[in-house]
Design a protein around this ligand. Structure first.
Ligand code: 5RP
Length: 237
């Protein structure tokens, strides 16, 4: 079960990765929203940052808090500028710090921002830690034209596939105008392989497997925050 105090504790711990003058990626979802609110407080107290939101939802929240925003277009015009740190939540993470994301439907922009950042700081409550990814249905963002065909093809890989819908029955539409297939695989034994397989399917825009992207995962657990780092895990430390 998701735990809000754990989410907030992880979000608070992520703030130490943000330095004066940084460009900061702002994730989407309830855990990321804690980080955005806490950053908003710091900005009010004098911290100078600019931020790239990963969804309209986060953009609105950041604007309401007075966090100055920039865009990938603006950053691309300046050779010296890059996103210094991206802070975002996840739906699941495993022992290799691979993730499933996209429960909130923002996985495409989230993956672009995470991939373009020097550091990707993932914040999570303890319910998100799993030995093997796949209990959470993997969101796959697809172009509407190919939706039914892709649902069939992904089912052949062993998943139960559901089109994400609003409560009133229309398909959920992402910020980039696509649809989402929620693909329940059960255990995913080889996430990098599945990632490549899905990316190779024409009509798949992006999927929620974030492989080798997280620099660190901060997990709220029993009143503390545990810090899991990929380089230490890879080195067997
Ligand atoms: C949105 C995401 C979120 O980070 C993920 O769904 C976790 O959400 P929450 O922090 O509300 O548990 O990937 O696309």
């Amino acid at each position: 079960m998701a735990n809000d105090p754990e989410k907030e504790a992880a979000a608070r711990a992520s703030l130490r990765f943000v330095k004066h003058g940084n460009v900061v990626g702002l994730g989407t979802g309830s855990t990321a929203a804690h980080a955005v609110r806490l950053l908003g407080e710091k900005v009010k107290a004098g911290l100078k940052i600019t931020a790239v939101p990963t969804s309209y939802q986060t953009k609105e929240l950041a604007e309401s808090l007075g966090i100055p925003l920039t865009t990938l277009d603006e950053l691309a015009r300046d050779e010296a500028k890059q996103i210094d740190v991206d802070i975002d939540g996840c739906d699941e993470f495993d022992l290799h710090l691979n993730l499933i994301k996209g429960g909130g439907g923002a996985l495409l922009r989230e993956k672009i921002v995470a991939s373009a950042s020097r550091k990707f700081v993932v914040i999570a409550d303890s319910s998100k830690q799993v030995p093997v990814l796949g209990k959470f249905p993997l969101p796959v963002e697809v172009i509407p034209f190919a939706r039914a065909l892709l649902a069939k093809e992904i089912a052949k890989l062993g998943a139960t596939v559901r089109l994400r819908q609003y409560a009133y029955g229309n398909p959920f539409v992402t910020d980039e105008g696509h649809h989402i297939l929620d693909c329940h695989f059960g255990e995913i034994p080889d996430p990098p392989l599945l990632s490549r397989t899905l990316s190779d399917m024409p009509g798949v825009v992006e999927h929620g497997l974030f492989i080798n992207l997280a620099t660190v995962v901060l997990v709220g657990k029993n009143g503390n925050v545990e810090e899991l780092r990929r380089e230490r895990i890879d080195a067997g430390l």
